[in-house]
Design a protein around this ligand. Structure first.
Ligand code: ZN
Length: 163
């Protein structure tokens, strides 16, 4: 019976909650999530928990931030002059922008707006969160050569991604 190891594709149903028990993300009501094991498709702490599991297994685990989306990095929170957002008429807390940073293109979220300054946060929205996962493994198959070379799962019929 096959188990989850590197170069396997697993289909999983999952629910992700925070410490307060709020559901942050879930595959419930949708197709299971297909992911390529060992390719950093999932956060490291969850991959570790899934290693060696079989179809039909159900696991619950808690992933600390360092094994999840990392701790919040204060250097990714920046106050910028309002005129840097020249093309945007209305800027509100919660809006997300793509911005060029030292780490390449990243999504930054507006967390504070003043008359002449805008504070943005480039941390992942789940940075600093302890992650509570409930996962059911639906099935497991070998990855194709193409999937392995791309580092992600392909839908039936081809890649469907830009490369
Ligand atoms: Zn691809």
């Amino acid at each position: 019976m096959s188990t989850i190891t590197a170069k396997k594709v697993a289909n999983i149903h999952y629910t992700l909650k925070n410490d307060a028990g709020e559901v942050l993300d879930s595959s419930e009501g949708q197709e299971p999530l297909a992911y390529l094991h060992g390719a950093m498709n999932l956060v490291p702490g969850l991959e570790k928990e899934l290693e060696g599991k079989s179809a039909g297994d159900k696991i619950s685990c808690v992933v600390e931030p360092e094994e999840g989306y990392g701790e919040k990095d204060p250097e990714l929170i920046q106050e910028l002059p309002r005129n840097m957002f020249g093309g945007v008429d209305t800027i509100e807390v919660g809006m997300a922008f793509h911005a060029e940073t030292q780490n390449g293109m990243q999504v930054v979220e507006v967390i504070d707006v003043e008359e002449d300054a805008v504070t943005i946060d480039g941390n992942h929205v789940l940075a600093g969160e302890r992650l509570h996962f409930d996962v059911e493994i639906i099935d497991i198959r070998d990855a194709t050569e193409e999937e392995l070379s791309h580092g992600h799962v392909h839908a039936p019929g081809g890649c469907g991604h830009d490369h």
